[in-house]
Design a protein around this ligand. Structure first.
Ligand code: KG4
Ligand code: ZN
Length: 339
């Protein structure tokens, strides 16, 4: 079964075709990073206008590269939330139009659930049984808008264990990069700077005992005070050590909480996903300390893409779950399906 995935929840316009939930036939991502860079963050109005310009050429490319026609497609999966309203609208409306015109099933997909399915795409390149997802598994989804710990018992069966109470991990990286003058997007910039430094500054970790929730706003404030107190300005040679200390604080909390939850719940695997899971310190940290096997998606499937949406859509469709042609966006859709 071949599914066309469409993703436009934030600042990437993406389309991909995936066969049977895992075999990648095409994966096209038009990034708007260059456009938003000058503002230091995503400007929602600009993002939706860019999606309008890019979406048709991106879908065309995703269909043409593997030489597919609409007769080859069995369904269209599209992100309908969470995300920026004006951005989501573009993907959902285009998906609905094509589905209606071609009389194809449409599958509305939760962006956070889709991130998890980046881990199914790896089975295209990995051969052994051990590389396949085994339930129940624990999913750490860390992106620009969310930091969620979710117990996945099977396809479509989730239990949310923890979430961020304030800033998401990616948002914290982005704000730290701003404070340190490292540019946008912040995560890769902080990681690059940190690779030249050592974690020599003491920064706080919010452990929130007896809870799987996260909190990163205190760390961000502590970073701000450190920079003021030590009079560290962009370009200062100490920036690399501050970046390394900041990254270590975030990774420490994510790794410790995830490993503890995996132990407490007796899961068979840990699955990483979301933009922040591209971070090498986080990937290595979890692999080193998890009590069970860890799956990490290839870097290109960590940040927003439509292959993960198509894979997720395949498991909905296989389960007989489709949306109606009046599918609407839900910008604040929660992981559990609540708004
Ligand atoms: O999943 P994603 O592409 O979009 C959302 O759904 O939000 O995640 C984007 C976030 C940004 O905050 C970005 O700074 C962060 O992921 N990120 C990273 C890295 N690459 C992207 N954070 C830390 N280290 C990285 N290498
Ligand atoms: Zn995302």
């Amino acid at each position: 079964m071949k599914i066309l995935g469409i993703e436009s929840s934030c600042d990437e316009t993406a389309a991909a075709v995936v066969e049977d939930g895992k075999y990648l036939l095409s994966n096209v991502v038009a990034s708007q990073i260059d456009i938003h860079e000058r503002y230091g963050g995503v400007v929602p109005e600009v993002a939706s206008r860019q999606h309008i310009l890019a979406i048709i050429p991106v879908i065309d490319q995703a269909m043409k590269e593997p030489g597919l026609t609409w007769q080859d497609i069995d369904g269209i999966a599209v992100t309908y939330g969470p995300g920026l309203a004006g951005s989501l609208l573009v993907g959902v409306n285009v998906a609905k139009s094509i589905a209606l015109a071609r009389q194809l099933p449409i599958i509305g997909v939760n962006h956070m659930e889709a991130h998890i399915y980046a881990n199914w795409l790896i089975s295209t390149t990995l051969q052994t049984e051990e590389d396949k997802v085994r339930f129940p598994c624990l999913c750490l989804i860390v992106s620009g808008g969310h930091s969620d710990l979710v117990l996945m018992k099977d396809h479509r069966r989730f239990e949310k264990l923890g979430r961020t109470r304030d800033d998401a991990a990616g948002e914290a990286f982005d704000k730290a990069a701003r404070i340190l003058g490292l540019g946008y997007p912040g995560g890769p910039a902080v990681e690059k700077s940190a690779s030249n430094g050592i974690s020599s500054y003491s920064l706080p970790r919010a452990w929130l005992r007896d809870s799987y929730d996260f909190s990163f706003s205190g760390l961000k404030t502590a970073l701000w005070h450190l920079v003021q107190r030590e009079q560290i300005t962009p370009g200062d040679p100490r920036v690399v050590d501050v970046a390394a200390s900041f990254q270590a604080a975030i990774v420490d909390v994510l790794v410790t909480k995830t490993s503890n939850a995996a132990r407490d719940l007796g899961v068979r695997q840990v699955l990483l996903s979301g933009g922040v899971s591209a971070n090498t310190a986080l990937r290595n940290g979890i692999i080193d300390s998890s009590p069970v096997d860890v799956l990490v998606p290839p870097i290109r499937f960590c940040t927003d893409n439509a292959a993960m949406v198509a894979s997720c859509g395949y498991y909905h469709l296989s389960n007989g779950e489709t949306s109606s042609y009046d599918l609407d966006i839900l910008p604040s859709l929660d992981f559990t399906g609540a708004r």
